[in-house]
Design a binder for this molecule. Structure first.
Ligand code: ATP
Ligand code: MG
Length: 467
């Protein structure tokens, strides 16, 4: 099916944004960037490389974001020095990556990423230099280590806004692809032929969406147009890389908007096939739950609070669980084992697409297990649950389910009250339960009415499951 898709897209209709061979040089009186704004470490790396006789520039988000008045996430440096030459200049440097070799120069917690100028791959170069560069049958670049000149490097960058090189010494910007113009017009535009660039690396589709959400930019028409059709190419990308991309998509503070764009461009289904099906089946509930989880995550990030991928994945996958549990139950499996098996299968399948590390899959299961345990509060169970290290995330998750319209018999309120209650009040609450069926909580309202906030003062949580 992928083959068919690839054949269908080798059409002659191609709109290109070419790269200039001589850049537009934007002098320091024509732009607001000053070297003091840049990370001291990034400037040091550039100067050190220049002193050693190499060309070196700050590039990518480290130039683009400050032009927009946004603090950049990190600083990337592009240089004519090879990775080995870079490593020789710094004691604190490590060569990383195979597909794309680069050097991480470590300064405490800050890492400056140094990449050697790359050249574009000739279309059919598999035979010629397969050690440094190779493509698969769809044109996807499997190895991208052919070095080139600065001009070559500008050409192989993804978007025009990312092909700006800042010369920290002269405070000049070298603009090879009208990137400043596109930034001014808030446009995300691929360099070169969009289809070919997506075929070379389908992750560029995710990057387009990520930047559109983060920067509040439009994806330019020709850059946007092939995405829906080419979205299935993401299935071909190694799952470890896709996990990293998903983290960038959803943990950068613009998850809600990113989600809307992913769905719009058909990119959500290849990343989260089971969740996409659940969204189709029950758009009201699944959509509400996922959007609420993402909105809570964004809020926490903007407040500088930590967030965990486990809670996020627990929420993204949750709407896909019930159908599977039901299927297993219909085959005669009792509810609890059915839930366990469905959870395990679902996570396993998701890992085929995005390799979620074990340190997150285990807490995902624990958050889900908590959902079965929270209704059972008899005897000492409630107090034991409160002591459970996963209680906070489980409780937040319960509130999230309720906010999406799941009926739990007021369980969230009960737990909110229980956390705030004194010892004797707690004993009373448990006694009250004994007269009820376990699982259906009495809605004990606090003095002061029923419109209070749903969370107790002891909770720092806001539904993103993190403390
Ligand atoms: P941010 O760091 O905010 O995510 P960025 O633009 O700096 O944004 P990085 O992933 O740090 O993105 O990459 C640095 C630069 O490397 C990009 O600006 C772009 O020029 C180039 N680049 C990264 N990924 C690709 C890709 N898949 N294809 C082409 N060029 C890329
Ligand atoms: Mg960057």
């Amino acid at each position: 099916m992928l083959k068919k898709l690839i054949q269908s897209i080798r059409s002659p209709l191609r709109k290109k944004r070419a790269v200039r061979t001589t850049p537009e040089v934007i002098g320091n009186h024509q732009h607001p960037l000053r070297r003091e704004q840049f990370s001291r470490n990034a400037v040091n790396v550039v100067e050190r490389l220049q002193k050693a006789g190499y060309q070196a520039y700050v590039v990518g988000g480290g130039v683009r974001d400050p032009l927009l008045g946004i603090p950049p996430k990190d600083f990337d440096v592009a240089t004519s020095a090879t990775p080995e030459q870079v490593r020789a200049e710094f004691r604190n440097a490590r060569v990383i990556g195979r597909r794309f070799k680069l050097v991480h120069v470590h300064f405490g917690r800050e890492i400056i990423e140094v990449a050697t100028f790359r050249a574009n791959h000739p279309q059919d170069d598999d035979e010629s230099d397969s050690n440094q560069s190779s493509r698969n049958e769809s044109g996807r670049i499997l190895r991208d280590n052919v070095y080139g000149t600065l001009e070559d490097d500008a050409q192989r960058r993804d978007f025009t806004m990312n092909a700006l090189y800042f010369d920290v010494t002269a405070e000049r910007i070298l603009d090879y692809a009208h990137g400043v113009h596109d930034i001014r017009n808030r446009l995300i535009r691929l360099i070169g032929d969009p289809e070919q660039r997506y075929l070379e690396d389908p992750v560029r589709m995710l990057r387009a969406v990520r930047f559109a959400a983060k920067l509040d930019f439009e994806i330019e028409k020709h850059t946007a147009q092939p995405i829906h059709r080419l979205a299935p190419l993401l299935r071909d990308i190694p799952s470890a890389r896709l996990f990293d991309e998903v983290i960038k998509l959803f943990l950068s503070g613009h998850a809600e908007r990113t989600f809307e764009l992913l769905v719009h461009y058909g990119l959500f289904a290849p990343l989260f096939p089971a969740s996409a099906k659940a969204l189709e089946r029950d758009p009201e509930y699944a959509g509400k739950l996922i959007r609420q989880a993402l909105a809570n995550t964004d809020t926490r990030i903007h407040q500088g609070k930590p967030v965990t991928p486990a809670f996020l994945f627990a929420a993204l996958l949750w709407p896909a669980l019930p159908a599977r549990v039901l299927q297993l139950q219909e085959r005669g499996m009792p509810p609890i084992p059915a839930m366990q098996e469905a959870a395990q299968d679902l996570i396993y399948e998701q890992c085929q697409r995005t390799a979620v590390p074990k340190r997150f899959t285990i807490p995902i299961r624990e958050i889900w297990d908590m959902q079965e345990r929270l209704p059972r509060r008899q005897g000492k169970r409630a107090d034991m649950l409160l002591e459970n290290p996963r209680f906070r995330a489980g409780y937040d998750f319960l509130l999230l389910r309720e906010s999406a319209g799941e009926e739990t018999g007021g369980l969230g309120d009960w737990w909110t009250d229980y956390q705030d209650a004194s010892d004797s009040e707690r004993r009373g609450m448990i006694r009250n339960l004994s007269s009820q069926e376990d699982g259906a909580a009495p809605r004990k309202r606090r003095r002061g009415g029923s419109n209070r906030r749903r969370r107790g003062p002891r909770s720092d949580s806001d539904g993103a499951g993190n403390e």
